[in-house]
Design a protein around this ligand. Structure first.
Ligand SMILES: Cc1cc2nc3c(=O)[nH]c(=O)nc-3n(C[C@H](O)[C@H](O)[C@H](O)COP(=O)(O)OP(=O)(O)OC[C@H]3O[C@@H](n4cnc5c(N)ncnc54)[C@H](O)[C@@H]3O)c2cc1C
Length: 188
């Protein structure tokens, strides 16, 4: 869990406060409070510092975190409650009961060789059945999309809009690192 989450993030802890109020005592990896928001306008050769940052870029009370570490920690919390986690399995198909209600998911085929034939590792077909199935596939999930159509879930809804965000992960020389500093930039 967390192996795909390379990203850092600025984390607003309200939801975590509600879910696990004693997250501090339980050792949640929220260790770097946001200290300063710096807002820069970049030209090709200069970085001009704005004396103020727009309100939505103020982060007092928030934390700068590693999303991977947080997800790993939360997985441990969930497992302590008896949740079973199957990392590495993608749900490939929604399963329906006789009345047409969702009854679970089936993972995609595993143990298929390059030639498309089953290998010795091919597991027999597996189905996960549940009283409630929650689809949390993120933006435009492949199964969620089929549910939108089947149950007409987007009727009367605004069309979805998307933006692309790109993050880079930088290794910073320790003497240049300023824990708690968030730099927002626009321009070049
Ligand atoms: C560049 C960028 C920067 C961001 N920075 C911040 C930030 O600093 N702070 C902040 O609060 N938010 C930030 N966000 C927004 C935040 O990342 C998202 O709002 C949040 O991750 C959405 O969570 P989610 O659980 O709905 O979906 P996701 O995080 O997308 O999780 C969905 C998961 O489901 C898995 N999945 C999908 N389909 C299947 C399937 N069929 N079977 C099994 N697994 C499946 C995916 O692999 C993924 O792991 C940023 C987003 C971007 C793109």
């Amino acid at each position: 869990v967390g192996a795909h989450l390379l990203s850092g993030a600025v984390f607003e802890p309200h939801a975590l406060d509600e879910l696990i109020p004693d997250w501090k005592e339980k050792g949640a990896p929220l260790t770097t409070p946001a200290r300063e928001d710096r807002f820069l306008f970049l030209t090709e050769t200069k970085a001009l510092k704005s004396p103020f940052a727009p309100p939505q870029m103020h982060n007092p009370g928030n934390y700068i975190i590693s999303l991977g570490n947080l997800a790993r920690w939360m997985a441990g919390q969930a497992e302590e409650l008896g949740v079973e986690i199957y990392p590495g399995f993608a749900a490939a198909e929604v399963l329906y009961d006789d009345t047409g209600a969702v009854k679970g998911v089936a993972p995609g085929d595993m143990g298929i060789g390059k030639d498309g034939e089953k290998t010795a590792n091919y597991p027999p077909g597996m189905e996960l059945h549940a009283r409630q199935t929650i689809f949390a596939e993120g933006c435009r999930g492949s199964l969620t999309k089929t549910l939108f159509e089947r149950f007409d879930l987007r009727r009367d809804a605004d069309p979805q809009t998307y933006g692309i965000g790109i993050k880079e992960l930088w290794e910073v020389a320790p003497e240049k690192s300023q824990p708690g500093l968030i730099v927002h930039t626009i321009g070049w």
